[in-house]
Design a protein. Sequence first.
Length: 84
Amino acid sequence: MSEHRTEVGGWQAIWRLDRHRIRMMLVRNVSESLPLMSVTTAAAAPDLAQMREQFPRLSRLWDAVRQEYWAECLAPQEYSQGTK
């Protein structure tokens, strides 16, 4: 399971793919020392939908995570189909 980092508007999310679910491992404001949310195992990590519900004011960050997720999921298919 690889770790991904997404940063938008001074907020950073570190997330992992767990099958086809986005598991949020850490969310923090980059200017603060304490994280908003942090877990150590993917099994205990909330998914993207749960984070959207809990922290709707970070919608720009969640949108960026979703965009990176889809870019990663679709990239191998695009190359294998010869579209790029």
